[in-house]
Design a protein around this ligand. Structure first.
Ligand code: HEC
Length: 218
């Protein structure tokens, strides 16, 4: 079975060479190539690869954000870093996404940036993560096919891992200083992202990976 695509391919080449009078049918050629691709890669292989890649990309994106966040906090303190995040958080994710031909976002039901509300696909998964978090069920990364299977949606829960996050997402007047709260209000008048506690679910990573990008990597 393993050699079937190769045999088909060789037959096609022989067929074409033996019919030198006939114009090479490019479409037929592409069609055979395409069917070989489909045969070689199972859905399971593609989903597993997308899951692995999604994990890598979310870690990479988180690293880039943390690097910038730590730098901004040490330069300007948490309240100054609000301005930094306001300008830079989304472009940092956009850059990592564009480098890899995927779309990377962080979404939340209680977002700071109003652009971070989940879309219809993301909403269902985020609700499931919220249900799990409330019921002490571990949230696992997930892959779901969207756009008729053209795109694989990778998701991973984001919890509040440490005290650093609480400086901007904890309780106002407690972990969040009044100065920081003021900056948040200025840049995000509709902010919903304070009042969090350690280990609470803050939102999730959403990475939309075109299926063809996964196939390219395999
Ligand atoms: C210096 C303040 C600051 C710290 C510290 C901070 N954040 Fe945020 N966070 C922000 C700001 C500002 C935004 C909105 C960025 C934007 O405009 O996209 C944000 C956005 C987010 C979002 C995207 C969804 C939304 O609400 O807009 C998530 C998820 C998030 N933060 C999680 C965390 C986690 C987890 C930590 C700790 C590792 C953390 N944050 C630390 C200020 C901070």
């Amino acid at each position: 079975m393993k050699f079937l695509p190769l045999i088909l391919f060789s037959l096609l080449v022989i067929f074409i060479s033996c019919n030198s009078n006939e114009r090479i049918n490019r479409e037929l050629f592409d069609e055979v190539n395409k069917s070989m691709e489909v045969k070689k890669l199972s859905d399971f292989q593609i989903t597993s690869a997308a899951l692995e890649w999604g994990n890598e990309l979310s870690v990479k994106a988180q690293e880039e954000l943390m690097k910038a966040l730590n730098q901004a906090i040490s330069d300007a303190g948490p309240s100054g870093a609000i301005e930094f995040c306001n300008v830079n958080a989304l472009p940092i994710l956009k850059e990592v996404g564009e480098k890899n031909n995927v779309v990377i976002k962080r979404v939340s039901s209680l977002p700071r940036n109003p652009n971070a509300y989940p879309d219809d696909y993301e909403k269902d998964i985020l609700s499931a993560y919220e249900y799990n978090a409330e019921n002490n069920i571990t949230n696992e990364p997930n892959i779901q096919k969207i756009n008729g299977g053209e795109v694989l949606l990778y998701t991973k829960a984001i919890q509040i891992p440490g005290g650093l996050c609480l400086q901007c997402h904890g309780n106002i007047g407690k972990e969040v200083s009044l100065e920081t709260a003021e900056k948040i209000k200025k840049h995000y008048p509709e902010d919903k992202a304070t009042g969090y506690a350690l280990n609470e679910l803050r939102g999730m990573w959403s990475i939309k990976i075109p299926r063809k990008e996964v196939v390219k990597k395999l």
